[in-house]
Design a protein around this ligand. Structure first.
Ligand code: GDP
Ligand code: MG
Length: 595
């Protein structure tokens, strides 16, 4: 155990985490014999494209120094606010953290919140200035930021470059010298902390864990404390580039277990594994059930695809327990599913995976945060879609989820960001000047306001010089209204939203304007109306189109005519017929893109 080092990497997206992680694998010869694929840690295409490590992984390296052999376990952490609970469990499995900061950019909000988590878990922090090969690196200024934040000495900061390899051996040495060995008791009853799990279509669920106390061997009968389920450890092992089975894993080490588990729901991040005989007296602290923060309806464009869609979502759920779903139906869209997501990014990822991996063309309805409605009889109704809101006569009050948002930006943008937050019903909590021209502000805001278009707006008004992080702070009473959209007087349930009463009218007007832009002209006039109850609060009209698309062909060239019709049909794949109006797929997410 004295020669084990468990560490994670804390970095803002694009600051070079994956590149540097690859260097560590290369310099410890973990990659030897294998093709050195770029960015080994992110193995999903999607992740690579988005530059986000969506699911955390772990990898073990061996490194020899002064004749001593060390085992280094790198536990990767997801880099997006939607996945912050997973990050917290990965951090809890480590004794040290590499803090990677891009020397041309300085510290960003996401970095700070993860860093605070690491410091709270008593991790030793190794600060690293990355991208030092770039001519616009500002080492002194960024070092000052790091020193203020971490409270370290300037001499502890390692200058590195994932590109040239500068500083990589210094980082390995620092991991061995500065990160403490794990402190578990190898003779105590077994306690393993699950920090991640992945689904493998041949082997079922593979759970990744750290042995906190005791030891686990192949064949042991174990129990997962939170779910109460028992399994035999069919295989245990360590994570190299692939899985390496072994007989036994001792305290302090990081590994995996395969035990015939079929679905991700049975393995919960943060849960404790113990022995059925001689179990630990209590579970490892910090376990939480992750709850979806955003709900939306997911519908097939073609009604015939309903069963295929169910099968696809079920498959996605096998390896993503944070995705929830249940059947629902909509007057406008027919049969579909109400899905729960961790956040909007998670929702976009699922929608994209349905499209790419399963070739499923879907419509996603306006997302909804989970509201708590209390009836006059003091019954609690969890509202996951606008139609679930109890009628006004029965309703006592509604509560909505709030978050604390942290933004770090340059002083020149602070005015417009504060205006933005205020417009989002934000309440200023803290304003703090950091080094140079950086400011940190904190706001309490309704989650619903963040879910819609906050992040995009923040990025555009700050020209990208603002970073953002948030965490939930509970529910507060709020005044909500249900805003309906009508197309030619027919209400379209999939376009209904719950919104704060003060914003409802403006919101309705913007929705109508946006839909007018997005719905193509058809053979007849289309009236778009926004209504609160029976009251129409906004209206737009799309004028009829007169042109007959085939008229141009003079009736002569049949094949050309057919081609045109086929083209039109293809175009329609992304359209949904609602009443007599064709509505394009993107119109359903119009609400996310209002100005
Ligand atoms: P991650 O999002 O933190 O995992 O960052 P990546 O490792 O994916 O790197 C983001 C971008 O920065 C990529 O285009 C890398 O090629 C580039 N990059 C990473 N490290 C360095 C470095 O040390 N120097 C330079 N010049 N570019 C780097
Ligand atoms: Mg990466």
């Amino acid at each position: 155990m004295n020669n084990i080092r468990n560490f994670c990497i804390i970095a803002h997206i694009d600051h070079g985490k994956s590149t540097l992680a690859d260097r560590l694998l290369e310099y410890t010869k973990t990659l030897e014999g294998k093709a050195l694929t770029e960015q080994t840690l992110d193995n999903m295409d999607l992740e690579r494209e988005r530059g986000i490590t969506i699911k955390s992984h772990a990898i073990q390296m061996n490194y020899e120094k002064n004749g001593q052999k060390y085992t280094l376990n790198l536990i990767d952490t997801p880099g997006h606010v939607d996945f912050s609970y997973e990050v917290s469990r990965s951090i809890a499995a480590c004794e040290g953290a590499l803090l990677i900061v891009d020397a041309t950019q300085g510290i960003q909000a996401q970095t700070i919140s993860n860093l605070y988590q690491a410091i709270n878990h008593d991790l030793h922090i190794i600060p690293i200035l990355n991208k030092m090969d770039l001519p616009n690196a500002m080492p002194e200024e960024v070092e000052d930021q790091i020193i203020e934040l971490v409270g370290c000495d300037r001499s502890e900061i390692i200058h590195a470059s994932g590109k040239t390899g500068l500083g990589v051996y210094d980082i390995l040495d620092a991991i061995i010298e500065r990160v403490p060995a794990p402190k578990g008791d190898g003779n105590a009853p077994l306690q393993c902390l699950i920090f991640d799990s992945v689904f493998n279509s041949f082997r079922g669920i593979i759970a990744y864990f750290k042995v906190v106390n005791g030891s686990i061997s192949k064949g042991d009968l174990v129990k997962f404390v939170a779910t109460g389920k028992e399994y035999y450890a069919d295989e245990v092992g360590v994570l190299r580039l692939d899985l390496q089975p072994c007989e036994k894993l001792g305290a302090g080490n990081v590994g995996y277990i395969i035990s015939g588990i079929k679905t991700s729901k049975e393995v919960k991040v943060g849960d404790t594994i113990t022995h059925v005989k001689n179990p630990c007296s209590k579970a490892i602290e910090g376990f939480e059930e992750v709850k979806p923060m955003v709900f939306a309806g997911v519908y097939p464009i073609d009604a015939e695809d309903y069963e295929d869609l169910r099968a696809s979502i079920e498959k996605l759920q096998l390896n993503d327990a944070s995705l929830t779903f249940q059947p629902e139906s909509s007057a406008a869209l027919g049969f579909g599913f109400r899905c729960g997501f961790l956040g909007l990014l998670h929702m976009e990822i699922i929608q994209e995976r349905l499209d790419r991996e399963f070739d499923m063309n879907v419509i996603t309805t306006v997302p909804n945060v989970p509201y708590k409605a209390y009836t006059k009889k003091d019954e609690l109704v969890e509202v996951h879609m606008p139609s679930m809101l109890p009628e006004a006569t029965l309703l006592d009050h509604v509560e909505e989820p709030y978050i604390r948002a942290q933004v770090i930006t340059k002083t020149e943008y602070i005015g417009s960001i504060m205006t933005l937050c205020l417009g989002k019903r934000g309440e200023l909590i803290k304003q703090n000047y950091l080094m140079g021209d950086r400011v940190e502000i904190e706001y309490d805001m309704p989650l619903a306001e963040i879910v819609f278009d906050f992040y995009d707006k923040l990025k555009s008004i700050s020209r990208g010089y603002a970073s953002f992080d948030y965490y939930p702070i509970g529910y507060r009473t709020s005044k909500l209204a249900k805003l309906d959209i009508l197309l030619n007087s027919e209400p379209v349930d999939a376009l209904s939203t719950l919104t704060h009463v003060d914003n409802a009218q403006t919101f309705g007007r913007k929705m109508c304007e946006k839909l007018q832009e997005l719905i193509p002209r058809q053979q007849f006039d289309i009236a778009i109306q926004a209504a609160i109850g029976a009251k129409i609060v906004a209206r737009e009209t799309i004028k009829a189109l007169r042109k007959d698309v085939t008229a141009k062909c003079y009736g002569g060239d049949i094949s050309r005519k057919r081609k045109l019709l086929e083209k039109q049909k293809k175009g329609k794949k992304k359209m949904k017929q609602i009443g007599n109006v064709e509505v394009p797929q993107k119109a359903f997410l119009a609400v996310l893109k209002l100005d």
